[in-house]
Design a protein around this ligand. Structure first.
Ligand code: ATP
Ligand code: MG
Length: 334
């Protein structure tokens, strides 16, 4: 029996390098070893985009095409749209009794995100919505509705998985052993930094390199990336460890080249402009095959719709099965 994976993305923008190296590459590499459910989390995206439903709708298709372009295959992975599985919303309501408001407020990921969304939630999060504060509960329902055992994610998701594990343990304690406690799975690059040096490259942070970026955009973004601010002149020695250009070289360039880059940078034998130009070339080489595949899905939207329809149908069957067991355990199986 294959183990079950549940993981997902919020349709708030296209896939970026953070998604690919933090999670997507792992999904691609292990996809045929698991019973794999991949959620396009439109309900979760609406928690902080409730006033922009067009954006969420558009990105459901954008993100599906991006995922297909990096080699996630619908014959291995069930792509599904969260809003089309109302069982998840039902399970969220049941779970909301098993978590305290203060526990949600203390969740480190929720705290960081509230701080980043001042415009929406106010300076100290005083205008936070019930829906946003509760999204980790909904995410626990996402995972367990499909009996997810393994959740491959970037490390910003770890506190959310821990929250899910607590809810599951509490559920099993009260209602009897019904649900599986999921385990996170991290890649060896679990957090990719942004072009501005921010600890996280994020769709909502405006510091991302997207897999759909064209050559001109890549050039502009890399030319503007943060380098060692202490380096003033071309031949000043610098510290590659604080430079985002070297950081991305390590993702897309060879080890041999990176050793040369690192040594030359430290000795002051390499200017930043040259280094950025080399990165632009390597980044485009990395992105080109993804762009090619993406063109195919842009030209075949029916194929993309079919992937979502078939995956959602299968996911729905699994969710119905789980809910029968949940309701029986909770003695609401009338
Ligand atoms: P949003 O800002 O809308 O939350 P996001 O860029 O954080 O968008 P998500 O859809 O929330 O993207 O995350 C999808 C997956 O990608 C998660 O597993 C998350 O951990 C991972 N991920 C996102 N950004 C990064 C990053 N910079 N480094 C590593 N993993 C990441
Ligand atoms: Mg996120």
């Amino acid at each position: 029996m294959k183990k079950t994976i549940l993981t997902g993305l919020r349709p708030t923008g296209n896939l970026h390098l953070g998604h690919f190296f933090g999670a997507g590459r792992t999904w691609r590499d292990i996809q045929d070893e698991y019973d794999f459910y991949l959620e396009i989390a439109d309900v979760q995206a609406l928690t902080d985009n409730f006033d922009n439903p067009e954006k969420v709708r558009k990105n459901v298709y954008e993100i599906t095409k991006d995922l297909l372009s990096i080699g996630i295959k619908p014959e291995n992975v069930h792509f599904f749209i969260q809003s089309q599985i109302p069982e998840i919303a039902e399970l969220t309501v049941f779970y909301s009794n098993l978590v305290t408001v203060s526990r949600l407020q203390r969740n480190p990921t929720v705290k960081t995100e509230i701080a980043q969304k001042k415009e929406l939630f106010g300076n100290d999060g005083e205008s936070i919505t019930y829906g946003f504060l509760g999204y980790p509960v909904s995410q626990a329902a996402d995972i367990t509705c499909f009996k997810g055992e393994c959740v491959p994610v970037g490390d910003d998701q770890l506190p959310l998985i821990e929250q899910c594990r607590e809810i599951v343990r509490k559920f099993n304690n009260i209602y009897g052993e019904t649900l599986k406690v999921p385990e996170p799975l991290l890649s060896n690059t679990p957090r990719i930094k942004g072009l501005d040096g921010n600890e996280k490259m994020g769709k909502s942070l405006g510091n991302a390199i997207y897999l759909v970026d064209d050559e001109e955009t890549i050039k502009k973004k890399i030319m503007g990336a943060l380098t060692d601010t202490n380096k003033i002149k071309k031949d000043d020695p610098a510290n590659p460890d604080v430079c985002m250009v070297y950081y991305y070289h390590k993702l897309v360039n060879s080890e041999e080249n990176n050793n040369i880059i690192c040594n030359e940078c430290k000795k002051g034998a390499r200017g930043c402009v040259q280094c950025k130009k080399e990165l632009i070339t390597k980044m485009n080489e990395f992105l080109e095959p993804i762009r090619e595949k993406r063109k195919y899905y842009d030209n075949n939207p029916n194929e993309v719709n079919k992937v979502l329809e078939e995956g959602t149908k299968l996911a729905k069957e699994k969710a119905i099965e789980t809910m029968k067991e949940v309701k029986k355990a909770m003695k609401i199986d009338y």
